[in-house]
Design a protein around this ligand. Structure first.
Ligand SMILES: O=C(O)CCC(=O)C(=O)O
Ligand SMILES: [Fe+2]
Length: 797
């Protein structure tokens, strides 16, 4: 969510690299592959436009509040449209702004616009068919939806920009200009920073007055609408989108390029990177994977994929995010503004965010690499063209220290390597953990070998205990939980107790799981317990759960699940355990279901004693679930009364909490009394206090401060603020400034609490308002699970 990486106060965002050098592979298989890709022609057009003669000249255009519109647009009607239109904003890093110097036009949402001529739809379908042909996507059922109607008057324009992907699957934009009498207003589309096409919508052919004209470009292509110098320009902007479902990539069956590529892939013995030409958003890739590829990227992938299929899937391919990060400091020696002389301090390239072809994020691990050795460059692009535009992430000047800045360029790329070297490459790029997990999944029969490899790895890492668990801040470097789970699963399938012993005594024995992971650990173990019996497994698993009764109890609860949560589990429960369990949806249901079916009244009373002490904050879920148990409970008046008393307790809590929240939402104070901030107690105290801003010192440098901001951007709840990292060396600090967002969001919370109260009253037939509301204290229990992803934080860095 909103994160400002660019707080460049001097307004120099969108930096381009000043590097004109090129990456070239001189010879060998990679050079040959590069050559084939270089000579492979782009199938579709990058941008195009023409007369739209399939559209009826009289569309029967009507605008709400204006009525039927005659075309070309007359000045008096243009003025009427302006009366009902709004000024067009533009997006700048998650903000929406109105600024005539950037964009000047009027806009209307589609719901205000109608085409009464039925042939408009027919004409639009025919136009889309043409557009699909020209994009070389005629086999794909693209959608197109009207985004906005735009009206430009004299002086109207839109500076160079890219279009945001306004809806899921949107990848291109189509502009339709109505028959029009204006001058100026050409649409210029750029490619790699250079002018690629100027669409004049029929001006030079003299037809702009008499027909509709259209232009199409990819959403991520830079484009500009030159100023309208005379008259009015009325146009429609359509989003062109991929179909909702995945598309199967076209398979090229022949062609000499494909045949040659197939042979080259077959003998390739190394990896390669290929940067994508177009820009992609993480969400587009997550949703569609390789199907999100556009234009030349799509064509090249189709070719490579077809060749690879023919080469019996010789290569494994992934989508990765690649980045180039540079730090600079100023050497001009003065308090520079626009005249700083930047000297490079550090430059790193890295790769991260590994995705499979279907877009699934398989690892976020990052790794410093040098792309140049194995990078294809079929466009013969310079480094600055390859990296495109980047973001200035920091620019500061403080005291006697010089100003510094960091720039970051990010792209997506394809990386490929021979299938039979996957283990080595995974180890190299993502880590041994991943490689082992992968090999285990690929071939579960090799469990024994995998465990041996793991033991070897653990032994090697054991030499330096400090890096074993927490390397790189919070990134676990040792046996990851997901791998632990996979191995337990494999062991369950394999049913070989000796392997289980090997795993637990030689590997797991030395592991320290984090408290917050223990539920998952136990859940993984429980399957083994069920598989091999409690007697055999308890001594083995006690290796992991040795010193925590809580964990042990939890385990017992789970074991008891097999026996439909017998009274045994209850005996071990305390209200603390229950409060912990409450955070686990599944367990909560389990506890409730079994308890309410429990016939033994002594045990049930015991359970009641326990839940009576549960704090009302935590009762919401229990009651929501209890509602489903209604039929079981209503049969027994005691149980029903027990539930009702819980409901009353929760109701009082809600009433009092609603009052508190209402007071806060009046906006008289900056207090955020329920705020939690796990990164620093002082910050949490500040958030809860009435102060509006706070500066946190104590960092070793700006990097340290920034890391803190980055790490904790989501680790808070019940608050809203911006973080601004600044200063150098010992002076580095973060300024926290509260924003109103939290208070604005209280309405929704109040509403949810009111809805919950109404439901409770209805279900439990409580009619009177509860008096004596219980005072509500800020809860520490909620701090364990911060809302994430948090919509409330903006990091200014
Ligand atoms: O008016 C046009 O033709 C283009 C406008 C544009 O680029 C946009 O709305 O994003
Ligand atoms: Fe645009």
């Amino acid at each position: 969510m909103p994160r400002f990486w660019n707080s460049d106060r001097k307004g120099k965002s969108g930096e381009t690299l000043e590097d004109t050098s090129k990456v070239t592979i001189e010879e060998g298989t990679l050079a040959e592959i590069n050559n084939i890709l270089k000579n492979f022609r782009e199938q579709g057009e990058y941008t195009f436009g023409d007369i739209a003669d399939s559209l009826p000249v009289l569309p029967g255009l009507e605008i709400d509040g204006v009525g039927p519109i005659s075309l070309p647009l007359a000045a008096f009607q243009a003025k009427e449209i302006i009366q009902v239109a709004e000024r067009s904003p533009y997006g700048k890093e998650f903000q929406t702004l109105v600024d005539d110097s950037v964009r000047k036009s009027w806009q209307l949402k589609p719901e205000f616009v109608r085409f009464t001529n039925p042939d408009w739809k027919v004409g639009l379908d025919a136009l889309m068919k043409k557009v699909k042909d020209r994009l070389a996507l005629n086999d794909i059922p693209l959608r197109c939806s009207l985004y906005k109607m735009l009206l430009y008057e004299e002086g109207g324009h839109f500076l160079k920009h890219r279009d945001t992907e306004k809806e899921d699957g949107m990848f291109a934009t189509m502009v339709i200009q109505f028959p029009s009498n204006h001058e100026g207003g050409d649409l210029v589309v750029y490619r790699n920073g250079k002018e690629e096409s100027v669409h004049d919508f029929g001006k030079s052919s003299g037809k702009s007055k008499y027909a509709h004209h259209y232009a199409v470009h990819y959403a991520d292509s830079e484009h500009q609408l030159r100023a309208v110098t005379k008259g009015y320009r009325l146009a429609l902007v359509y989003s062109i989108c991929w179909p909702k479902d995945m598309i199967n990539f076209r398979q090229l069956d022949d062609g000499s390029a494909m045949e040659k590529l197939k042979d080259l892939f077959a003998k390739l013995d190394t990896h390669f990177f290929m940067f994508f030409n177009h820009e992609y958003t993480a969400s587009a890739l997550t949703q569609r994977g390789i199907d999100a590829l556009k234009g030349i990227d799509r064509d090249r992938f189709t070719l490579m994929n077809s060749a690879n299929k023919k080469a019996n899937e010789k290569l494994v391919m992934h989508i990765v995010k690649v980045a180039l990060e540079n730090d600079y400091y100023d050497v001009s020696g003065s308090h520079c503004h626009d005249d700083c002389e930047w000297e490079s301090n550090r430059s790193v390239q890295n790769v991260r965010d590994w995705r499979s072809m279907d877009g699934r994020l398989i690892s976020e691990k990052w790794k410093t690499v040098s792309f140049s050795d194995n990078m294809l460059n079929p466009d013969d692009a310079t480094l600055s063209q390859l990296w495109g535009t980047g973001n200035v992430t920091y620019e500061g000047y403080l005291g006697n220290e010089s100003a510094t800045k960091s720039t970051k360029y990010e792209r997506y790329a394809l990386v490929a390597w021979p299938q039979d070297q996957s283990f080595e490459y995974f180890t190299e790029f993502i880590g041994t953990q991943y490689a082992i997990t992968w090999s285990l999944m690929k071939d579960p029969e090799r469990l024994h070998e995998t465990l041996q490899a793991l033991i070897k790895m653990e032994k090697e890492e054991n030499n330096d205990p400090s890096i074993r668990f927490y390397n790189l801040g919070s990134k676990r470097e040792s046996l990851e939980l997901s791998l632990f789970e996979k191995i337990c699963e494999a062991l369950t399938k394999k049913k070989d107790i000796e392997l289980v012993r090997l795993f637990f005594f030689d590997i797991v024995k030395t592991l320290k799981f984090h408290e917050s992971e223990i539920f998952r650990v136990v859940d993984a173990i429980i399957e083994l317990v069920v598989c091999f019996s409690v007697e055999v497994m308890l001594p083995i698993v006690s290796v992991v759960l040795k010193d925590s009764t809580q964990k042990y109890l939890h385990l017992r609860c789970l074991i008891a699940r097999e026996k439909s949560f017998s009274s045994l589990a209850i005996t071990f429960l305390s209200h603390e355990t229950v409060e912990t369990l409450l955070q686990q949806d599944v367990l909560l249901k389990l506890v409730l279901h079994s308890t309410f079916r429990m016939v033994d009244s002594v045990q049930f009373d015991r359970f009641l004693e326990i839940i009576k002490n549960i704090s009302p904050q935590n009762l919401s879920k229990i009651l929501a679930d209890a509602r489903d148990l209604n039929s079981d409970a209503t049969k027994d008046p005691n149980k029903w009364e027990a539930l009702c008393s819980l409901a009353r307790k929760r109701l009082s809590y809600c009433a009092s909490h609603i009052n508190n929240l209402k007071r806060l939402s009046e906006g008289k104070s900056w207090e955020m009394p329920y705020a939690t901030y796990s990164g620093n107690m002082n910050v949490q105290n500040f958030l809860r206090s009435a102060a509006s801003s706070f500066t946190l010192y104590g960092f070793s440098g700006i990097g340290h401060a920034r890391n803190h901001a980055f790490k904790y951007e989501n680790q808070f709840s019940n608050a809203s603020f911006i973080m601004y990292a600044n200063g150098i060396g010992q002076n580095a600090h973060i300024v926290f400034t509260k924003t109103r967002k939290y208070f604005e969001g209280l309405g929704a919370k109040i509403k949810a609490l009111e809805e919950e109260s109404n439901k409770l009253k209805k279900v439990f037939k409580i009619t009177v308002e509860c008096d004596n509301p219980i005072p509500v204290a800020p809860s520490s229990a909620t701090s364990k699970r911060p809302r994430s992803p948090s919509p409330d934080v903006i990091i200014l860095d």
